[in-house]
Design a protein around this ligand. Sequence first.
Ligand code: C2E
Ligand code: CA
Ligand code: CA
Length: 752
Amino acid sequence: MPTRRAGSETPDDPFLFADESDDSQLGNVRGSTAPPWRVLITDDDEEVHRATAFALRGVEVDGRPLELLHAHSAIEAESVLRSVPGVAVAMLDVVMETPHAGLGLVETIRDQIGLRTLRIVLRTGQPGYAPELEVIRRYDINDYRTKSELTQTRLITTLTAAIRAYAQLESIEASNRGLADVAHSANSLFRIRSAREYARSLLERIAQMMGVTAHGVVCVEPPSTPDPIDAGLQVLHAAGRFAPLIGASLDKVGEGEMQRVVRRCLAAKTCVFDDATFAMCLGGGTRDAVAYFDVGRPITELEKRLLSLFAASLAVGFENVDLIERLDFFAFFDPLTHLPNRTRFLADVDQDLFARQGGQRCLAIADVVRFSDINDALGHRCGDTLLIAVAKRLRAAAGSGVTMARIAGDAFGLYGPEGAIDPTAIRRAFEAPFFVHGHALAVQVRLGIVRVADTKGGAVELLRNANLALNQARMAGGGAHSMFSREMSDDVQTRVSLLHSLRAAIDFRRGLSVNYQPQVNATTGELVGVEALLRWRNDYGEMVTPDRFIPLAERTGMIHELGLWVIEMALDRLAAWRRLGLDKLDLSINISPVQFRAEDFSRRVRQMIAYADVPAERLVFEITESVGLEDHDMVLGHLNELREMGVRFAVDDFGTGFSSLSQLARLPATCLKIDRSFVQSVVGDPADRAIAATIISLARNRSLGVVAEGVETEEQQQVLLDLGCEVMQGYYLARPMTVEQFDEWVKGRSAQ
Ligand code: C2E
Ligand code: CA
Ligand code: CA
């Protein structure tokens, strides 16, 4: 309540103000060390300034003195308000340099300077200048008085009311800012994902709102207890003088007053206020939670209202966080062993890799040998118990600083310093049998280990490489261990991913196409044939060369499907070209030896030829010498059957497999293709020229056709012509082309 300093003049009865002070909790007397309320007096009459200062001498409002600022014009007042912060009240003369200068200033204050909490008291000497009620409302004017009305008592009363209104508005503004912060931080709290972190920022926020140091606790009901009050709350987080209570049970450590307020809060499920302390409910949904706070001074009514509002908005936030935390547990931990799961393990490893930037660390996968046998034979409960026991032994065998996780049903992930994951120590730890549900079980684990230094990339790559090492260990059998090396990744890793995308490419005909490369008789310039060459553009838009994916397709058997598809496409193309008049064109198709192992191969080819309606005689299957090595009756059966149909065979890459001459007799070949490697060096290297010459004369002796492939220069072509080879294929004539490019190429030639 307003007080007067001793020694000041008191012409009016101070009790006049007593009945106005109904909200005595708003402030309390702290003496004149408290910061002053700033009051701006604006009047063009110097006498008014002096009289006002005299009347207000020594006056305190709610324990804080007044600091008077003086301005003699609207402009001067504006500059004071723009430069001095925290002015609580402006007492303005309506009539100054102009009849409405004061009102003009009010407009400036509200609309231009934007001071909304500043209270305005208008004074005027002439009653006729009273502003309209509408203006008072619009500009949020607190009071309007004629100067004669304002006795000293009235002046103090008016000022006190205005200052209190200002204080209230300020605190609401502050709370609104606080609430906005809360709303904002509720979002960020979603990302914090920890109730403890939430509790910490909650206490900070309350302290901020109340303008005090944080002294408080946040307690939660321990998980899965039906009655929180009886089970006792646990202190999740504590600040200030309560800090030592973290982790304790509230029943055992809480002060009597704290216990009382918290219990009342839990029972009532609302905010409970005591003199200078309060508790707010945070849970209510899945788990009860209470925040208790010691403000250290009386809490005002306004603050109570704001705190209640605050609590209501926080409860939702806490429930979210609490829920997220529990979901997190299941999302990131294995419920059986309570170890982190694969996801969490990867995240932890990545985080460590990032923080450390390398270092002598390694990652290992420990795989329980033949776990599924045990599981099947003794049942899942037994298997579960065994896994828990295995986890414990692994934990004990791993050195300190090792992170452990359950990354698959029967596999554990270990990550830590290189020396701390020791295969010998782990093997020794598993020498003694496990006793599970009355069974003595001998259990071994095998290890796949990878050094961080040997792997590019993050946790996922580490895990993948550890897995490759584990596969190696698996091949060794028993409880072996294996260390990852680069070579393991290069072949297996790329092969596996290549395999997956090739499978998809074949299944969905995605990115596969056939290119055509012309074969030309260099003597006559005639286009005599075309070789179909498979192309694959993978999902990343990269061309994968046939040399990479054909061997893979052969190993996996995908070549059967793939090869038939190529034949189908190429026959379809040939039919189209024939319709365009290219009826003497031979079509060469590469056939993998593996394709001859399919029982229905020649039958399918026959069907496709019939369907495409092209003469089988125009078809040349390019096969390698190795087909002749195949002992299978089936292979020879196919070759003969196809030959009878009229299909011809060219021996591809002839000369590279030096068993050639003896094998050649077994193949129903009609043509030899001189391998690119001989053609390339036919100009410089006399030995290579000799091989080419031998092949050409061999072909001639046996009445076989001969084609030189990979002809890149005119010189090469000339040498080959001189040696007696007429048909050329290579970049010198044309690269393999798409159908459209090929048609253009043909058109271009005939135009010449
Ligand atoms: P290939 O049968 O020896 O095919 C000739 C290869 O030489 C083709 O490579 C062709 O693009 C390339 N070439 C042609 N002219 C020149 C030249 O002047 N210089 C150089 N440096 N290279 C030239 P491509 O298309 O990469 O095929 C590689 C291999 O993949 C083929 O060797 C063939 O064995 C196999 N292949 C391609 N398509 C198929 C197919 O549909 N089925 C099967 N089974 N294998 C195929
Ligand atoms: Ca070929
Ligand atoms: Ca070749």
